[in-house]
Design a binder for this molecule. Sequence first.
Ligand code: NI
Length: 267
Amino acid sequence: MTRPPLPQRRFDLDVSDEQVAFFRATGFLALERITTDEEVAWLGAVYDGLFAARSGQFDVSRPYGSRGDHQLSQLLFPEQQVPELRNTVYYQNARRVIARLLDVAEADLGAWGHVLLKPPRGGHLTPWHQDESYWEPDFEYCAAGAWLPLEDVDMRNGCMCFLPGSHLGDVLPHHHYGGDPAVHLLEVDDAPDTSAAVPVPLRAGGATFHHPRTLHATAPNQTDRPRRAYANEFQLPPKRRATRAHRPWVDEGKQALAERVRATVRA
Ligand code: NI
């Protein structure tokens, strides 16, 4: 894939003690400006190239292997295809901010990313969930996520909605969306009281941050334009737990995926 060069204008973002305190109390933080408009445009071109290539992306809202148009498309580890993503102002700033939020050394943070595409006119919702519910139950995590929309977002196209303070407890029981373990999306079992939920509309160039246990969701995309987002998880090396956490939905999902792969190989 040929790409234009990464824009060179840099700026170093830092967060205030008040913003760090807000994150620790609520489990999320919104920053209005994390990167330049030039870089948002560059990221948009890279993003569109990744999705146009039609490889490695899957619909998280329907059973693995479903045919037809995706309703919520995900592609994991885009940095493996486009290593320059790690040199972006966004990525560098996100890592610095998260080191502050977690009070850890920046150099100790590893990272992985994924990109999400909510197509126009009905792109699927993301149900209420905690990110850690997706992760390996054998490990403990010290992590936070950064989420960068590539266009302006609000409730009409699926901005982030957070439930303040929900990060302070354990990982809650989750299930695969619609009760089908072959559907990648997870949803928390007990619908939370969302009267205190905070939607975070944002202009392109801003980002949100959240703790892996913060309950969050996004609405369907009702607009005529795609809603593109780039998400990164920054984390210390996970530590093996003395006892595996009880998260049966993780194994149910792996089993359903393995069965689907076996069926595809046989077909
Ligand atoms: Ni999430």
